[in-house]
Design a protein around this ligand. Structure first.
Ligand SMILES: [Zn+2]
Length: 165
């Protein structure tokens, strides 16, 4: 089954996006607005190369350096998170900035967000790990999935969730 439709995701209006960038201390240039709109609303865990491919189709003059710059600016402002998953060499950019797990569909290569409350992870460290303090956890689940049902947590809007934080 081949589907080109994107998951349903509410997103910010251009005005709201601009206000969000300004509030984060980012000068909202046309290129930054466009890249932000793509990364925050349309793309799904894109790599910098994905963003460049998209930019090339829409803004022929955006260099890879500008793409990286904009992504780094978004990361620095806390609007996007850099994530490195074990299945790929590439860093992916995640508009879901709060902690969550990931599910990799091994067929499509697509990465889905899994809210932390969907998975119970028990840690039972023996004595030799005494003193170990965990500050975070990256979990990548793998398998196959035809995609989330409408309204499932995996397709909840990224914008809404980051506003709730
Ligand atoms: Zn994610």
């Amino acid at each position: 089954m081949k589907s080109t439709s994107k998951p349903q995701r509410d997103c910010l209006s251009p005005q709201e996006l601009q206000a969000k960038l300004v509030a984060a201390g980012i000068q909202p240039t046309a290129q930054r607005l466009a890249i932000s709109q793509y990364v925050l609303c349309e793309a799904d865990h894109p790599t910098a190369e994905d963003v460049k491919t998209w930019a090339d189709a829409n803004f022929p003059k955006v260099s890879l350096a500008t793409v990286y710059n904009t992504l780094n600016t978004l990361v620095g402002a806390g609007l996007v998170r850099e994530v490195k998953l074990p299945h790929s060499e590439s860093v992916i950019y995640d508009a879901q900035v709060h902690e969550h797990f990931h599910f990799l569909d091994e067929k499509s290569g697509r990465v889905y967000d899994i809210p932390m409350d969907q998975l119970e992870v028990l840690t039972k460290f023996s004595k030799e790990f005494q003193g170990l303090k965990i500050s975070g956890m990256e979990v990548l689940l793998k398998g196959t999935w035809n995609g989330p049902a409408a309204g499932s947590p995996a397709v909840r809007t990224k914008q809404k969730q980051s506003q709730e934080d």
